[in-house]
Design a protein around this ligand. Structure first.
Ligand SMILES: NC(=O)C1=CN([C@@H]2O[C@H](COP(=O)(O)OP(=O)(O)OC[C@H]3O[C@@H](n4cnc5c(N)ncnc54)[C@H](O)[C@@H]3O)[C@@H](O)[C@H]2O)C=CC1
Ligand SMILES: O=C(O)C(=O)COP(=O)(O)O
Length: 387
């Protein structure tokens, strides 16, 4: 029986993919084989040795110690694109709400309660305070052209915006998805200098942390509107508040508010709502569950952020799955141990991603505990599973 530990609320649309005869799932599990998580931070969590995989039902994995997991043979999956449409829709709202003073106008309307037949007169008299520009015809810079960035580019372009896209690591798939109308920005400077609105859709990592700071803001147009639906740490909080005070930035829309930003008139904040739609929660949970099932039952790896992809069709043979370092001579060590023990390799895949490699073999012959013990003791071999 496989045990799945749930660190966040995971949609039943995902959980119902687990065969009840093979799997049990709950928030508390003694010896989980796998963990399903959304945004809960796992950095200070001690992982039980039983954990073989973690599935992030979502895109960002900065809440998971991915490198440490790799070093311990724990495969970390995410669900690329599964919540991108939900985020795109909220970004469109963000563009509009950063322009038209919708939120304060709604608050002001409440103050008119009790004015009886004067309401319409007061509305017409007061509405001038809430004027804001149209987005059509304005320039939007999209930083990060992955699943979300591409959808945002195309939707904003369809609404009449002139869209600049920047992504030095643009994938071929993403490029195929981009409308031909999107201007290819070759530097961040080009985005900063040309755009009335800027939205970031990059992962939070060493390279991107704090990328929006006083230096980058200084390059932007006066009155620029900034949107951050990616991660709070991408934006230096003190610098953005100063830029708002100086009216250099006219609005900061964020899904990741900090304490000091709450209540600032230039900040429009949401409580990390980007992926919070039933459709996206279902998509993410379903994809995450299927990734875990395929790994636990078949050893196949798809959409891992810390291990190479590898898959083989199921066969009648015993499957040996080896997570190892991407260094010379590991395969020969494995094949030597197998042949010494009269085990024949029927099918095999080997793939690598940076320092990590994965070798999956269908074998005939008996894979005893002593064989796996010998293999595990080999330098560079991190984890072995026999399925
Ligand atoms: N507010 C919310 O609820 C959600 C937030 N997110 C955040 O949005 C981020 C992006 O999500 P997806 O588009 O699904 O991920 P993705 O992996 O499809 O796209 C990320 C893109 O950023 C690009 N990139 C990486 N470093 C860059 C850099 N230094 N400069 C420019 N581009 C760079 C990559 O090449 C890639 O194309 C996630 O990592 C997550 O932090 C994602 C989903 C929901
Ligand atoms: O997918 C992501 O990166 C998100 O930020 C969504 O987070 P959530 O699953 O809503 O906690």
């Amino acid at each position: 029986m496989y045990q799945i530990k749930l660190l966040n609320k995971i949609s039943p649309a995902g959980l119902e993919n687990f065969d009840r005869d093979l799997y049990s799932w709950a928030e508390e599990m003694e010896e989980p084989d796998a963990i399903m998580v959304r945004s809960a931070s796992m950095h200070d969590m001690e992982l039980p040795k039983s954990v073989k995989a973690i599935a992030r039902a979502g895109a960002g994995v900065n809440n998971i110690p991915c490198d440490e997991c790799a070093a311990n043979g724990v495969v970390v999956f995410n669900t690329p694109g599964a919540n991108a449409n939900a985020v795109k829709e909220l970004v469109l709202l963000g563009l509009l709400i950063s322009s038209r003073k919708v939120a304060p106008s709604m608050e002001w309307i409440k103050t008119l309660k009790g004015e009886g037949d004067q309401v319409s007169k007061l509305v017409e008299k007061g509405k001038g305070k809430f004027v804001g520009p149209e987005i059509s015809g304005k320039a939007l810079g999209v930083i990060g052209l992955g699943a979300i960035g591409v959808l945002v580019c195309n939707a904003a372009s369809a609404l009449g915006m002139k869209v600049y896209g920047y992504d030095p690591y643009l994938s071929v798939d993403a490029a195929w998805g981009l409308s031909h109308k999107i201007q290819h920005a070759t530097s961040l400077k080009e985005i900063y200098e040309n755009c009335d609105y800027i939205t970031v859709h990059v992962p939070c990592n060493k390279e991107t942390k704090g990328m929006i700071n006083s230096e980058s803001i200084a390059m932007m147009k006066n009155g620029v509107r900034l949107l951050n639906f990616a991660r709070g740490e991408l934006v230096d909080s003190a610098d953005i508040l100063e830029a708002l005070d100086e009216k250099k930035v006219s609005c900061y829309v964020t899904d990741f508010v900090t304490d000091e930003q709450i209540g600032h008139p230039g900040v429009v904040a949401f409580p990390h709502l980007g992926a919070s739609t039933p459709e996206s929660e279902d998509n993410c949970a379903r994809m995450a569950a299927l990734e875990l099932i395929d790994y636990l039952e078949n050893g196949n790896i798809k959409n891992s952020v810390n291990m190479p992809a590898a898959s083989m069709p199921k066969s009648k043979y015993t499957r040996l799955c080896v997570i190892h370092k991407n260094v010379p001579s590991i395969i020969s060590k494995i094949t030597t141990v197998l042949s010494d023990n009269q085990i024949n390799i029927e099918n095999m895949v080997n793939s690598s991603k940076q320092e990590m490699a994965y070798t999956m073999m269908d074998v005939s012959g008996t894979v005893s505990d002593s064989v796996t013990d010998i293999l595990t003791a080999e330098d560079g071999i991190i984890r072995i599973r026999v399925i």
